[in-house]
Design a protein around this ligand. Sequence first.
Ligand code: ARG
Length: 406
Amino acid sequence: MAKKRVVLAYSGGLDTSVIVRWLTDRGFEVITYTADVGQGEELDYIPEKAKLAGAVEAIVEDVREEFAREYCLPTLRALALYECKYPLTASLSRPLISKKLIEIAKKVGADFVAHGSTGKGNDQVRFEVSAWALAPDVEVLAPVREWEFKSREEEIEYAKRHGIPVPVTKEKPYSIDRNLWGVSIEAGVLEDIWQEPPKDAWQITVDPEEAPDEPEYVTVTFEEGTPVAVNGRRFEKLYELIEELNKIGGRHGVGRVDMVENRLVGIKSRELYEAPAAFILYKAYDELLSLTTERFTYHYHIEHVRHQYATLVYNGLWFSKQREALDAFNDTLAKDVTGDVRLKLYKGGIWVVGRRSPNSLYVEDLATYSPKDAFDHEAGKFFTKVWGLPLKVAGRVREEREKKNR
Ligand code: ARG
């Protein structure tokens, strides 16, 4: 009988290495897949590690540009923040990785894909729902949810017994997930939600109080809704532009979030996020969007798009018609989002200080208080009269009723 084949999302860490062996022991032929989504780790050693653990093949792929263009950019155009705070860093890489797992599974004739997420997080949902959306018959395996190890020690014991390299460094005090769009940090001492995060928890931003005493100005240029230049320097690759903004923002300590969020599985959990580039781009994009979009449509974006988009991405529904439809809406508005935004970064803060666009709807002779004013002031009188009518009517009826009851 042919062996059962499985494609495993492989990080190179202890858990996923043990999974390789654990699945091999259960009669699987394991092919590992590792995506470079900008996690900032050396990936050259990955194939060797995977094979040492028992993988028959180890695939490593640089998907940074695809991640930037097809996942980060639409989320930027949606200005999506889960619970108005979290720019969805980890939530965005999962659907991409799932898509890749499925593509490889189809190519090599594997009926199974696998991931290393636990049973109490959001990531299992994102991996599995994405996989099923793309390949409804695929079976998804999540060994961490069902295996026998009760502790990390038992896992290490198993690894040692099977010749799987165990990290020599002390166990990291946090669980960290990092990609181009940002870093998520949880667990360890952070589980005491009253305590301020220790300095060493933060990975890519300096403490605001240790940031330079001089502000830094940065200009971001957009063309039809895509950021293309920073301080006049053009970037062909969007991921490189994002990396540059992470560096600039990181040294001013911008883009930090400390929140207790509602996980999809029903628990509240504390997570730190660092996303300097994402927050700078959100501020800049929003500025141009508001400048180039007439009021009704801009308000629709604020009231109906941002929150809905964030919720669906957080909840693992990336490969849904709703996401595609919201993208179509955002792409329509994005066509006018061309221009420059000047921002000031200073000790953890980001301020927009200037904006310009060939599509700007800011009309100076309408806005001005100078003699050049072209606004029809007389129209204001009638406009206000009609606008205020509902409240005036309500006031009149209330007064009459009060008079009667006296
Ligand atoms: N809570 C975040 C989310 O659900 C991040 C999950 C991964 N975080 C981590 N530190 N391992 O999107």
